[in-house]
Design a binder for this molecule. Structure first.
Ligand code: AMP
Length: 112
């Protein structure tokens, strides 16, 4: 297993997990873009959202986001981003949801 997010999610690399259940794990982004920046990932390897064919896992990932956001006190709001593929700007080839918040966030997309 060479995937870094597989290793983190399954405890092969010692990282604080902010959330963990049988399918999903969450940990802090190493280069936070906001006061709170957490990555929510499946424990089983999925390359990207493009490859996600499991509605139960999709629901588990989104549910984990809600649980974490509530635990982190993000009642004022937050943003969830799933960069997908090269045009989507995905750098790490293991599906991950960015949960970003802790401040008022600006515009999301670059202007064309
Ligand atoms: P993306 O561009 O959507 O693939 O985002 C990948 C994210 O993973 C970036 O925000 C990185 O800062 C983050 N990242 C890369 N390696 C690690 C790591 N070992 N632990 C935590 N976050 C990481």
């Amino acid at each position: 297993m060479t995937c870094i997010f597989c290793k983190i999610a399954n405890g092969e690399i010692s990282t604080e997990l902010l959330y963990s259940d049988d399918k999903v794990a969450a940990f802090r982004d190493i280069r936070p873009q906001a006061p709170l920046h957490i990555l929510v990932v499946p424990k089983a390897h999925v390359d990207s959202l493009w490859e996600l064919d499991d509605p139960e896992l999709a629901g588990a990932l989104l549910h984990a986001v809600t649980v974490i956001a509530r635990a982190e006190g993000l009642a004022r709001g937050y943003r969830v981003i799933v960069n997908t593929g090269s045009d989507g700007g995905q750098e790490v080839p293991h599906l991950h949801l960015h949960l970003i918040g802790g401040t008022a966030l600006g515009a999301m997309l670059p202007k064309h």
